[in-house]
Write a protein of this length. Structure first.
Length: 256
């Protein structure tokens, strides 16, 4: 199960295949372009998708709803901590990859938050799927409040304008992507669990369909870039938080 030297930083094994690197960049740009096109294509149908999704949720029994809500916490802090503990206790050879996990989750959250503020999309409860405030427009969150901008994080309920992308979905796909890269054999399982999160956010009326697609794209993009290149491990090594030399000591915490 364990691979010796698995957690050495990729800088110790430079990739000199320029053509391969160019192809990788091309594939990345293609996937990102397709994601953007998918989001743009879904936006006009957000309202028509929302209604049957919410009706389906109402038809679910109580037990199924509870199971649905439980799985929808995948990507949350508790699930990330549990994943970290399992790797730390059962697969120490890959314990240094927890730096990639931490950086993936943190960056995915930050990037998602920036997009939320810049896009300024209203939540489904406003019944205006076509309304994007952007960074420059404002509107009230209720009849008895003053108009606010999406970037006024100190105002009352600015998250009402933070619908796109979905933060829960971004976190779920960031975690799933990390696990899929670290343990390729379970990639289908982790993405099957992750897909429950956007379904839950859509069916409970928290997001539009295009919001969850955008969230999944952001989480997967960030996590694949960080985990695939070992950026968390690189950063930890530069900060002196772990040793990188030698196969037996690769990825071990610095110090005693």
């Amino acid at each position: 199960m364990h691979e010796r030297g698995d957690d050495k930083l990729s800088s110790e094994r430079p990739n000199l295949d320029v053509n391969g690197r160019d192809r990788s960049i091309g594939r990345t740009l293609l996937v990102r372009g397709l994601c953007l096109l998918a989001v743009a294509a879904i936006v006009p149908f957000d309202a028509s998708i929302r209604e049957p999704a919410e009706r389906l949720y109402e038809m679910m029994g109580g037990d199924l709803k509870r199971e649905f809500k439980a799985y929808s916490q995948f990507g949350g802090l508790t699930s990330v901590v549990l994943v970290g503990l399992v790797i730390l206790l059962l697969d120490r050879a890959k314990s240094s990859r927890l730096w990639d996990l931490a950086l993936s989750m943190g960056l995915a959250s930050l990037v998602t938050m920036v997009f939320k503020i810049l896009i300024g999309r209203t939540r489904p409860r406003f019944h205006t799927p076509e309304h994007f405030l952007g960074f420059w427009d404002s509107m009230p969150t209720s009849l008895d409040t003053e108009p606010i901008y999406s970037w006024q994080i100190w105002a009352q309920s600015p998250n009402e304008f933070w619908s796109m992308p979905s933060g829960h979905t971004s976190a779920a796909f960031a975690l799933a992507t990390f696990l899929a890269i670290t343990y390729p054999r379970i990639r289908w399982l982790v993405f099957a669990v992750a897909i429950v999160v956007p379904m839950s956010r859509l069916m409970t009326g928290a997001h539009w369909a295009s919001d969850v697609v955008a969230g999944g794209c952001v989480g997967a993009w960030v996590s694949s870039a960080v985990t695939g290149r070992g950026l968390g491990r690189r950063l930890a090594g530069r900060l002196g938080l772990m040793r990188t030399g030698g196969s037996s000591g690769a990825g071990q915490p610095a110090g005693g």
